[in-house]
Design a protein around this ligand. Sequence first.
Ligand SMILES: Cc1cc2nc3c(=O)[nH]c(=O)nc-3n(C[C@H](O)[C@H](O)[C@H](O)COP(=O)(O)OP(=O)(O)OC[C@H]3O[C@@H](n4cnc5c(N)ncnc54)[C@H](O)[C@@H]3O)c2cc1C
Length: 528
Amino acid sequence: MSSNHDRVIIAGSGLAGLSAALRLAPVPVLLITSGRLGRSGSTCWAQGGIACAMDDGDNPEGHAADTVAAGAGLSDDRVAKRVAHEAQRCIGWLWDSGVRFDLADDGRPALTREGAHQHSRILHAGGDQTGAELMRTLEAQVRTTPGITVMEDTQVVDLLVDDSGARGVVAQRGTSIFPVSARAVVLATGGAAALYASTTNPPGNWGSGLRLALRAGALLRDLEFVQFHPTALDLPGNANTGRPLPLASEAIRGEGGVLVDEAGTPVMAGVPGGDLAPRDVVARTLSRQREQGRRIFLDTRDSLGRQFLQRFPGVAGLCQAAGIDPVNQPIPVRPAAHYHMGGVQTDDHGATNVPGLWAIGEVASTGLHGANRLASNSLLEALAYAGWAAEDIRSRTGLARGTPLPPTPEHSAQLVTRSAMTGSSVLRLRHLMDTHVGVIRDRHGLEQVQAQFRALRETAEANGALAAMSEVAALIAQAALTRQESRGAHQRQEFNAPSPAWDRHQVIGKGTATAQANDSLRNESPVA
Ligand SMILES: Cc1cc2nc3c(=O)[nH]c(=O)nc-3n(C[C@H](O)[C@H](O)[C@H](O)COP(=O)(O)OP(=O)(O)OC[C@H]3O[C@@H](n4cnc5c(N)ncnc54)[C@H](O)[C@@H]3O)c2cc1C
């Protein structure tokens, strides 16, 4: 008979968490999520789709080559090939699970193109509702799969670790905090872009998983690489108050949308790749235009016209809610923090260096994205590594079948408060990230912001959201300060190009920082 320890705990219920739970079945899983199943995390908002080479003339090698080119020297070629080759299996698994992708007239999946992809290879659902379709389908499966127990509105606030590795988590629900033991723990807590006030991410995605992993002894890698999406809707009210900025998917440019200034002049003309240049290039161009006081618009009137409403119904709804008519008006857009390439360092199975601890999805750094993620590769990465981690956990723990009982929060009573994401100090921290750790950084700003984060930490309540968020923010700012070059999404004012001396990863452990050569985890040297 299995005991309550004979289970796997998964923290997070985005695509990574839900697919890992389903891939582990019938192994007993306790899925703990800070939000509501199917409604929390970035996944539900994903628009563009999932990358998979399946068009005539396309192949996984081409997909991998585009991934590595976007990664600006820090993507692992072997990882990119492995993930690209896994894509068709992932799409097949989703299809078998009931996800319905949009189909072309010939009955095959309709494929669109996004920035820096050399082929049309993005599958989508409901036009621009890919994430919502994924979550709807997988949530229904999770709720009816024997062996999966779900705890919603519950936050993992610490990991239980002993000499032999991760042994469970400390969870918080309301004002109750309680330990929950397990044979394996999977972090699927998403990214960190909500550390910025100008963000496309939901409020819970401020990098809590990075902090949990670091405290448990796991290594974090390449934290300085934050992707800024060039075309969030430019709604100053949201950016000022820290509410997420709705996204206008890159697929809109893939289908002819053009970035223009107030005078209607195309702003990407003359830049290699034009409107479909890699995201970092477009975000920097737009950011510089904005510094000069210009506003930028996404103009789809000639390319899509009324078709916009059918092809991008979600974005059309978001525009209309903001008083913008996307059929007859250019859409005001701006860069916003969108995706964290950095994360918990993992191996081919999603395993961290701490025995018993895995990390999958956006919280992980697998080597796929390098310095800049290629569009629509993150949903694919979450799916691929959920499958590989599930296999690894099953074989390493020998767990087979059972149904874990939910733990009873009443057993403990220590109070930990969590301030709201909109609290004034938290908002100040998020504006500091916008100003000093944004699209273009410089040494002075990064040094200054460290002192401000320290001051915020000193005023913060121990264990509160502000203290935790400023810890993660300080790690990202420090990594950005240490990397003395411009590469991919990390642009330093003082350096106009990548430096061969920095053709390596930056790894942080508890109290240590090391550099790693791209192709070997053993070749480490201390960072000055
Ligand atoms: C607007 C938008 C559009 C996007 N479009 C695309 C796209 O078209 N294609 C693509 O490939 N990528 C896209 N991305 C990126 C992609 O959606 C994410 O990288 C991906 O969904 C991450 O999945 P995840 O499961 O790792 O995390 P998430 O989906 O973010 O889920 C994280 C989960 O962890 C929970 N959580 C967080 N902290 C804790 C904690 N401490 N304890 C317990 N639970 C916790 C959250 O409640 C949530 O359930 C988009 C992102 C955004 C924001």
